[in-house]
Design a protein around this ligand. Structure first.
Ligand code: N2P
Length: 358
């Protein structure tokens, strides 16, 4: 049953039933359902309810915390279980090459025109053939300002033992490209490093970092934000909007966020349809719904992430214009898209990352 229906039929709601309806209950019909596979804490309940009202369907949401978790579930049968999935830009070509997502029928997405022109033909997916932008943002370092005083805006806060001698810290889990990229950047090879020798040097540094007594584990971005909020550790890799959200609701006021001076990630999260999605038509309706001017603003105002939707701009909350969410021209010099990996290169990368995590 949809959340909307259970709300309407739930406790405290008296339903007048006629004798006829009691005697002849209508045959049970399968309710159309949109199975949404999304990052955790990344859509407001209000939007789910609005879409359920619009489509006369139920929305069933399953969450993940990294692209690698999402990819593994798609490979394990999820590509015929979910209707919409939300991969980051550097995963789009990879999922398409693996046959896990399908080309989109743009005739069913008239609101595509609402996107800023630069999001209508991005380099990671020319012509938005497989993916439609959802939100965009950056990955940086979050730290507890009560414990770490005026740290250098450097990956050294994670990789240099002298920058944090005692407070517990984490590194990002997931696909590994963010953490290997961070180590590459610290070593001077650039955040978007792609050679085996750079990756091996980064892996060696990560292994040394894991051996430090105050390393407390590999943690994905949103769970790390929650661990910082709870004071469980003091430094880790997080996403900008997750931190902005924790400022907006007052739960993360003790956290600071910065973009390391050696460079870090900018990403676009996108909506895509798995190859064997149960209801691709409903998936297209949902994608088009998210691209409405109103819903685009509702999404960013709740998530505290930047919007790719130009038509939403007049309705966006003013805090989204601050430099935490809208990078300055100087910030842009530090920001890189992670390279999409495929074939042999991807196998080499995965072998290195698996060794790092052992
Ligand atoms: C949502 C985090 C999604 C951003 N909480 C990572 N691409």
């Amino acid at each position: 049953m949809s959340r909307l229906k259970s709300l309407l039929l739930g406790a405290g709601c008296t339903i007048a039933l006629t004798a006829a309806s009691l005697m002849a209950p209508p045959p049970a019909q399968a309710e159309p359902t949109l199975n949404l596979f999304n990052w955790s804490d990344y859509i407001p309940e209000s939007m789910i309810t609005e879409f359920e009202l619009q489509c006369g369907c139920a929305v069933n949401e399953t969450d993940y915390d990294s692209n690698s978790e999402m990819e593994a579930k798609l490979k394990a049968g999820g590509d015929s279980e979910f209707d919409v999935v939300v991969p980051s830009s550097y995963y789009v070509a990879r999922l398409a090459a693996e046959g896990l997502i399908q080309p989109l029928d743009h005739s069913q997405i008239p609101n595509f025109k609402n996107l800023y022109p630069k999001f209508q033909n991005p380099s990671y997916d020319p012509g938005d053939k497989y993916s439609i932008p959802y939100q965009w943002g950056t990955t940086g370092i979050g730290y507890l300002k009560a414990n770490i005083k005026n740290p250098p805006h450097s990956w050294g806060l994670i990789f240099n033992p002298n920058d944090n001698t005692s407070y517990p810290f984490t590194m990002m889990s997931g696909s590994g490209q963010d953490t290997i990229g961070a180590a590459c950047a610290y070593l001077g090879y650039g955040f978007n490093c792609t050679t085996e020798s750079d990756w091996l040097a980064a892996a060696k540094l990560i292994k040394q970092t894991e051996a430090r007594k105050n390393f407390s584990g590999f943690v994905d971005g949103t769970p790390e934000r929650d661990q910082l909020k709870a004071g469980l550790n003091s430094v880790g890799m997080v996403f900008n909007g997750d931190i902005a959200e924790s400022y907006a609701d007052g739960t993360g006021l003790g956290i600071n966020y910065f973009l390391p001076k050696q460079g870090t990630e900018i990403w676009v999260d996108t909506m895509a349809i798995p190859t064997h999605a149960p209801d691709p038509q409903l998936a297209l309706e949902f994608i088009n719904f998210v691209l409405n001017a109103y819903q685009g603003a509702e999404l960013s105002n709740f998530n505290d992430y930047a919007s790719p939707n130009q038509a939403s701009e007049p309705q966006l909350a003013s805090n989204l214009q601050g430099e935490l969410i809208t990078p300055t021209p100087a910030d842009y010099k530090l920001l890189h898209f992670l390279p999409p990996l495929s074939g042999h290169q991807l196998q080499v990368f995965n072998a290195i990352w698996a060794a790092v995590k052992q």
